[in-house]
Design a protein. Structure first.
Length: 420
């Protein structure tokens, strides 16, 4: 532990602090004006864990059905998830009947959703939660159910009539880039016209990338969050590739994020099968640094106490939900150790150190405090708390000090630096 400096703050240092405050308070790009997602959306989304399982005869406990969502809603309320902020319970693909009804409206599969989406929404709302649904800008959803192309207005109205609170709008089976762009914009306006508050979750940039560079400033004006990169899988390879994509595109995507509009690196797979404990810590820490929507895809009926505690870690959630709303970025990569940082409100910073070396044991890494936060993270000193892998008060550090940490292979040490 380092001792607090007794030297009084000079005028120069105070001026630097003031400058930092002014710089970080600048408003971001124009955002979708629906007043939603002022901090990243938190909730649960069925896709990664339950995929397109429609076999309720053979697998009644894991098929995509209202029973599954009702059970998750109950647990979100009773097991502390709602209390820490997980609010949106979201349906992904495969909820629909194969055909629209006689009035051209989408309908839920009647066997798997006997109460209809309206009934499910009422149930979810009775638990103090919100309901998310899924549709697709093209002719079919990715799993082959009816697409919204040519039906944007009626679908937006149907979702609003049912009491839906979030729409994940996928981009499969769209026949041109023009239709893709127009479709995403059309649905955004259609949702707004319903007068219901519906968070709009897009995959527009992901489907744009193969054709041309997405215009993120424009996307932000229509969407509350947007997927940029491939689907997350329950594997370290997948989490690693999402982080690698994000850091190599950070110049393009970081500044555009802010209250009302966020980059979406896809679901949290913590609590499943594919990630080691350290890798789960890495996903939680980095999703907080990236100001990512925290949409878990796991089975809340069967989750280890350790994974649950990680997902419910209030300090880490507070970083993710920080009201300043600035996305973090990778500061450097050196010898397979990455240092990421994120500016927070009250001149605080979050710093994550990831050990990407997949051979050997824990590694020591020393950082100079002065290199953090563009030199402003700890002027003239700060209090550092380690939040992950476990909470430890590290005490006072000076701008000139070094900090030595020990990081497990594929694990992360997450720190918070608070101004004194
Ligand atoms: C795409 C999306 C996924 C999921 C599936 C459903 O792959 O990117 O997140 O919604 O479709 O079919």
């Amino acid at each position: 532990m380092k001792l607090k400096s007794l030297v009084p703050q000079s005028g120069f240092l105070l001026a630097l602090r003031f400058l930092a405050l002014v710089l970080w308070s600048f408003p971001g790009a124009r955002t979708l004006d629906n007043g939603l997602a002022m901090t990243p959306t938190m909730g649960w989304l069925h896709w990664e864990r339950f995929m397109c399982n429609t076999d309720c005869q053979g697998e009644p406990d894991s098929c995509v059905s209202e029973k599954l969502f009702m059970q998750m809603a109950e647990l979100m309320e009773s097991d502390g998830w709602k209390d820490v902020g997980y609010e949106y319970l979201c349906i992904d693909d495969c909820w629909m009947a194969p055909k629209r009804d006689s009035k051209g409206r989408l309908q839920a599969d009647p066997k798997r959703f006997p109460s209809g989406i309206r009934g499910l929404a009422d149930y979810v709302h009775s638990k103090g939660l919100k309901l998310g649904i899924y549709a697709d800008v093209g002719n079919k959803t990715c799993a082959g159910f009816p697409g919204s192309f040519g039906h944007y207005d009626i679908d937006a109205k149907t979702f609003a009539d049912w009491g839906v609170d979030l729409l994940k709008f996928d981009g499969c089976y769209c026949d041109s880039v023009e239709h893709l762009e127009k479709g995403y914009k059309h649905m955004s306006l259609a949702l707004n016209r319903t007068g219901r508050s519906i968070v709009y979750s897009c995959e527009w940039p992901l489907y744009m990338w193969p054709f041309r560079k997405p215009n993120y400033t424009e996307i932000r004006q229509y969407c509350n969050h947007w997927r940029n990169f491939e689907d997350v899988y329950d594997s370290w390879q997948s989490v690693k590739s999402i982080l690698a994509w994000t850091s190599s595109n950070q110049k393009r995507i970081v500044d555009v994020a802010g209250p009302g509009g966020w980059n979406d690196p896809d679901m949290l797979v913590i609590g499943n099968f594919g990630l080691s404990w350290d890798q789960q810590v890495t996903q939680m820490a980095l999703w907080a640094i990236m100001a990512a929507p925290l949409l878990m895809s796991n089975d809340l009926r069967h989750i280890s106490p350790q994974a649950k505690a990680l997902l419910q870690n209030k300090d880490v959630i507070a970083i993710n939900q920080d009201p300043l709303g600035k996305q973090g970025y990778r500061l450097r990569k050196e010898d397979n150790i990455e240092v990421w940082e994120r500016p927070l409100s009250d001149l605080a910073w979050a710093v994550a150190m990831v050990n990407l070396q997949e051979i050997g044991g824990p590694r020591f890494h020393t950082i100079s405090i002065a290199s953090l936060g563009q030199g402003l993270a700890c002027i003239p000193d700060c209090v550092i708390t380690q939040l992950l892998p476990e909470k430890r008060e590290l005490g006072f550090y000076q701008w000139t000090s070094d900090l030595k940490t020990k990081i497990n292979p594929t694990g992360t040490v997450l720190l918070q630096l608070a101004a004194t």
